[in-house]
Ligand binder design. Structure first.
Ligand code: GAL
Length: 708
């Protein structure tokens, strides 16, 4: 786990020792006349808002010209918020450079892979590696830190905004120069780079660093290792910008925690957030629902992964939506109860602040049709009433603040590099979607009512009894060793098609697939089995495969065949295997079985691993269970009212023994009080609203399994 970040929580300006959950939004007062601000703070108080993110897109307002500064409006709103007991997560305002800057220095504008400049007029039109942008951004950060570092409203610094949301990949000359520096640091010599990039292929051998470029639009497929390194570099370049702003903030305001909002959601994958988490004092995330049948599972998956990237500690939900967004093809409002359910699902997975984009819905601009806490209709609206109800509910749940996630016995391993590489071009299929496969397994866990953590591959995997590593495509030798030790030590590993195939340079492990994991799994595959669109293969366990269907040869006598194909090209061949080794095991699923098929396969594999549901049988699959310290969250996954009679625990929100559609119940273990942990656990108790101590949130039985 990422244990080395500062894990300092918000510096609450008033009553700092009181446990509370944050509640608020991005606040853009510069879009409104001064008199609206008074209405704003009145309504914020009525809704229970206690924190807002300010000045995110205010650079042009704060610094209207290179040598002119206007802080008066920001002084006034900071004071007004403070006078009303509302804390501020103050942005460094560097997300959207002002026109005077891009006019004077057009060379800060990003360039896409086809060489097209991304012009101003939107936002985030800056190169992460531009020295000129960096200089001007840091000047602004210094000015803000100098002016507001001692302001009593200031609870945290918000670096930039969603770093990489629109400028993750820049192919400009600045990027080329920075990429070469990054490659030099990684490889030392051009010869080492040539070996890693396998440049004997297609006459790509480099003689000098100056010859190397980002993977710009090429006549055919760019070198795959160049593509992988460019992804690594691009994530690092944005991380470097985060560090540069943070260095100024730490120098001038060492007591103020620093964060930036991640985007652990959907297919956003340019930023390697597991690698970024150690850079911030607390992790913050933005999440918007991905429409579709697994929308809620995806929300839970993202919140779960965010919580584990944060090392199990509380994190900050910086943005989600009260209702519709404006950037999907069709933007449907949320139904009654959905906003609170979504918010509490994030809390269930460790969020100690629930915030929205944005406070007041814009009357103009590109986001005028995006929902907000105060909609166009005003405070006399269903949305605002639901917002105020949520504020009251979060106040009632204040005792949860500071409690850590309680680890599950099972986990899904999530690996950014496998995500990147498995979806590269010139592969057996372009239909494979890494995150979708991982999400399908998560849905299978939810369907069985078995709690599973979603953890980065760098996490302490040994603490889990059952590990599912879907499409673990990139397996360097050290990871293969870790997984072998895990299984030898009694762990149960499950992996899938296209796993173990390449090393950290995207070079194939030879001798048959799944390369690095072949011996552990006791199987061998000679050729990949991608399926055409619409092609399906039936398995004799009643499941159906799409996208991929490896033909597996069993090479180890200890391997048990759990399923075979009964139709399609691989009919009669082996599809699901499990090799038991002492107390552990390693299983392989050779096809994409989807959430329903995986539910059946996982039921058997979890059973064999001795991992079972913590829910009473009638609730399995119908509710999601998440646990923080002594608190259990039960989230209704169905459209029906469910009976909770007989579920142990004290219902801390006093809403009875049924769980209505879209409802979330919060139960405290009966053997503990609000400020204590259940007997026999080391779960942190809430102290000053954030348990920032040693933070070991493992249960004793988990601790003993570590040494197995
Ligand atoms: C986020 C962004 C916000 C707003 C929001 C709309 O990506 O940080 O500023 O644009 O999306 O959903």
């Amino acid at each position: 786990m990422q244990e080395n970040h500062g894990h300092r929580w918000l510096r609450w300006p008033t009553d700092p020792t009181r446990a509370r959950l944050g509640f608020g939004a991005d606040y853009n007062p510069e879009q409104w006349p001064r008199e609206v601000w008074d209405d704003d703070v009145r309504a914020m108080r009525a809704a229970g808002v206690n924190i807002v993110s300010l000045a995110i897109f205010s650079w042009a307002r704060i610094q209207p010209r290179a040598d002119a500064w206007d802080f008066a409006w920001l002084d006034e709103i900071m004071d007004l918020l403070h006078a009303n007991g509302i804390a501020v997560d103050l942005a460094t305002a560097t997300a959207s450079p002002p026109p005077w800057l891009t006019t004077a220095y057009p060379e800060i504008l990003p360039v896409d892979r086809e060489g097209r400049t991304l012009w101003p007029g939107g936002r985030q039109h800056w190169r992460p590696t531009s020295p000129i942008f960096r200089e001007h951004a840091l000047r602004l950060v210094r000015a803000l830190a100098g002016r507001y570092g001692d302001h009593p409203a200031l609870a945290a610094w918000h670096v930039n905004n969603e770093l990489g949301c629109h400028n993750a990949y820049d192919y400009s000359d600045d990027a080329a120069a920075a990429f070469r520096r990054w490659l030099r640091a990684r490889y030392g010599t051009v010869e080492a780079l040539n070996t890693a990039w396998a440049t004997t292929f297609w006459a790509q051998g480099y003689g000098d660093w100056a010859e190397i470029l980002p993977p710009r639009l090429a006549a055919s497929y760019p070198n795959p290792t160049q593509q992988l390194d460019f992804k690594r570099f691009s994530s690092d370049a944005l991380k470097d910008h985060l560090r540069a702003e943070r260095a100024v903030l730490r120098e001038l305001t060492p007591d103020v925690p620093v964060t930036t909002n991640f985007m652990v959601m959907g297919e956003t994958n340019g930023m390697h957030y597991a690698d970024w988490a150690a850079e911030v004092d607390f992790v913050a995330n933005d999440h918007y629902l991905v429409p579709g049948p697994q929308a809620l599972d995806e929300l839970s998956f993202s919140a779960n992964l965010t919580g584990n990237i944060a090392g199990g500690r509380p994190w900050y939900l910086m943005e989600h939506s009260t209702s519709a967004v404006n950037w999907q093809p069709v933007n449907v409002p949320k139904v009654a109860g959905a906003m609170a359910r979504d918010s509490l699902t994030h809390v269930a997975h460790g969020a100690d602040a629930v915030c929205f984009f944005q406070w007041r819905q814009s009357a103009a601009g590109a986001e005028k049709y995006h929902s907000a806490m105060v909609p166009h209709a005003g405070t006399d609206s269903a949305v605002f009433r639901a917002v105020a109800e949520l504020g009251a509910r979060l106040r009632d749940l204040a005792e949860i603040a500071g409690t850590n996630r309680r680890p599950a016995r099972a986990a899904i391993v999530f690996d950014w590099e496998s995500w990147w590489v498995a979806e590269h071009d010139s592969h057996p299929t372009d239909r494979l979607r890494y995150r979708r496969e991982a999400l399908d397994w998560y849905t299978a866990f939810l369907n069985l009512g078995v709690r599973a953590d979603v953890v980065p591959v760098t996490a302490e995997l040994e603490r889990y009894d059952l590990l599912v590593a879907p499409v673990l495509h990139v397996v360097p030798a050290a990871l293969a060793d870790r997984l072998r030790d895990y299984v030898t030590g009694g762990g149960h590993l499950v992996t899938t098609y296209f796993s173990g195939v390449v090393d950290e340079h995207d070079h194939v492990w030879l001798g048959g697939y799944p390369g690095a994991l072949r011996d552990l799994l006791g199987i061998r595959i000679e050729e990949f089995g991608p399926l055409r669109d619409g092609q399906r293969v039936a398995l004799d366990n009643g499941t159906t495969g799409t996208v991929w269907a490896d033909r597996v040869d069993v090479v180890d006598p200890g391997v048990e065949v759990l399923a075979r194909y009964t139709s399609g090209p691989p009919a009669g061949r082996v599809a699901v295997t499990r090799r038991a080794t002492g107390r552990g095991s390693a299983a392989y699923v050779a096809s994409r079985l989807g959430p329903t098929g995986l539910t059946a396969v996982l039921a058997d594999l979890a059973d064999r691993a001795g991992v079972s549901s913590e829910l009473p049988a009638p609730l399995r699959g119908k509710v999601e269970l998440a646990v923080r310290g002594p608190y259990r969250f039960l989230i209704n996954r169905t459209g029906r009212t469910l009976d909770l009679a007989g579920v142990p625990g004290h219902r801390i929100d006093g809403t009875g023994t049924v769980l209505r559609p879209r409802a979330v119940a919060v139960l405290r273990d009966t053997e503990t009080g609000p400020a204590g942990a259940p007997a026999g656990t080391t779960t942190d108790a809430p102290t000053n609203g954030y348990a920032g101590g040693p933070g070991d949130h493992r249960e004793p039985d988990r601790l003993s399994r570590v040494s197995r």
